[in-house]
Write a protein that binds this ligand. Structure first.
Ligand SMILES: Nc1nc2c(ncn2[C@@H]2O[C@H](COP(=O)(O)OP(=O)(O)OP(=O)(O)O)[C@@H](O)[C@H]2O)c(=O)[nH]1
Ligand SMILES: [Mg+2]
Length: 294
C-alpha cells in the first residue's frame, strides 16, 4: 500500500453519520412488509458497494442483486462478475438504468424469484396483489432512478450526489409497490481500500474527503491498470510522479489562484469528477478474478 493510501485510511472520516444509522433502523423495521429486497450495487466496485450490514438484515428474504451503471464499468470485469454470481447462485441482473430494456430485465427476474411465494398465497386462498419490493443500497447507486423507471414516472428524487434521498417513501405502481430508502454505508470502511473505491464511485460526500490524496491514488490506479485511458483523456505523459502530473494539469487547465499559484485542489476535483462521471472511459475498481487489482 502506498503512503497516500495509508494516509487516506487514517483520515478521520465519519463514514456512518446519525442519519444513516436511522435509515438502517428503518430498513430493519419495514423488512417484514416486503416480499423481496432489491439490493443495488455499482458495477465498477460491486464488492465495496454491497453493504455487509444490509446483508445481515435481509438474509431470510427473497433477494435480487442489481448491478447498476454497467455503461461505466470495464466490460471484462463485468463479465467476470456475471460468471461469479452464477457460480455462487446469487440472483442477479446487470443493467444500465438509463436504458429502456433495464425495466424488463429487472421485472422479469423479480417475477421469477417471487413466483413460488405468490403461488403458495393463491393456494392458501389469499387474493393476488402487487409484489412489494424494498430498494436498498449504499448512496448514489441508482435506487431512486430504478424506482422511477419501474414506476414509469418521476416519483423519487434523483441526483448525482450521495445522500440525495432523505427518507423512506412507498411508490405504488401497476405491477409492483416499491419502497425507496436512503443510501446507507457502514461504520468501518477502511478495509480493502473500500473507502477509496466508494469515494471514486461517488458514494461518499466529496466535502469530507481529502481530495488531493484521493486524486493521487486514482491517477496511480489508472496508470497501473488503464494507462491508455489516462493518456487519451489528458495527453500528459505520466511517469509515476504525481506532483509533476498535477502541476502540468493545473497549468493546462488554468487552475490558478489570483496570485498565480496553482490551485491543485481544484485540479484534483476536476480529475475526480471525470472518473465518477465516466469521462475517463469505462473502468472498474474491482475484479473478482484478479487479486490485488486495485
Ligand atoms: N451512467 C449511469 N448513471 C446512472 C445509472 N443509474 C443511475 N445513474 C445516475 O446515478 C446518479 C444517482 O442516482 P440516484 O437514483 O439518485 O441514486 P440513489 O441510490 O437513489 O442515491 P441516494 O438517494 O443518494 O442514496 C444519478 O445521476 C443517476 O442518473 C446507470 O445505470 N448508469
Ligand atoms: Mg435516492
Amino acid at each position: 500500500m502506498s503512503n497516500e493510501e495509508k494516509s487516506f485510511q487514517k483520515t478521520n472520516i465519519n463514514w456512518f453519520p446519525g442519519h444513516m444509522a436511522k435509515a438502517l433502523r428503518q430498513i430493519k423495521e419495514k423488512i417484514n412488509l416486503v416480499d423481496i429486497v432489491l439490493e443495488l450495487v455499482d458495477s465498477r466496485a460491486p464488492f465495496a458497494s454491497s453493504n455487509p450490514l444490509l446483508q445481515e438484515y435481509i438474509k431470510n428474504k427473497y433477494y435480487l442483486r442489481i448491478f447498476t451503471k454497467i455503461d461505466l464499468a470495464d466490460e471484462l470485469c463485468t463479465r467476470a462478475f456475471q460468471k461469479n454470481m452464477q457460480e455462487q447462485n446469487i440472483p442477479s441482473v446487470f443493467v444500465d438504468l438509463n436504458k429502456k430494456d433495464a425495466y424488463q430485465k429487472i421485472f422479469h427476474q423479480i417475477q421469477i424469484i417471487t413466483q413460488s411465494k405468490f403461488e403458495k398465497d393463491i393456494k392458501k386462498g389469499l387474493k393476488p396483489r402487487a409484489v412489494r419490493a424494498m430498494v436498498v443500497g449504499i448512496p448514489n447507486v441508482g435506487k431512486s432512478t430504478l424506482i422511477n423507471m419501474l414506476a414509469k414516472r418521476k416519483s423519487a428524487a434523483v441526483g448525482n450526489r450521495p445522500g440525495f434521498t432523505k427518507a423512506q417513501q412507498w411508490i405504488r405502481c401497476q405491477d409492483i409497490d416499491l419502497l425507496d430508502t436512503p443510501g446507507v454505508l457502514w461504520p468501518n470502511l477502511t478495509e480493502n481500500q473500500n473507502g477509496v473505491k466508494l469515494a471514486l464511485i461517488g458514494s461518499i460526500k466529496e466535502e469530507i474527503l481529502p481530495n488531493l490524496e484521493l486524486a493521487q491514488i486514482a491517477i496511480q490506479f489508472l496508470y497501473r491498470n488503464y494507462n491508455h485511458l489516462l493518456t487519451n483523456r489528458y495527453h500528459i505523459a505520466y511517469n509515476g510522479d504525481f506532483n509533476t502530473f498535477i502541476e502540468t494539469f493545473a497549468g493546462q487547465r488554468g487552475h490558478l489562484y489570483t496570485d498565480g499559484k496553482k490551485d491543485l485542489e481544484r485540479s484534483a476535483n476536476a480529475i475526480l469528477s471525470d472518473i465518477k462521471n465516466g469521462l475517463i472511459g469505462k473502468i472498474s475498481l474491482e475484479r473478482c478474478d484478479i487479486d490485488g487489482w486495485f
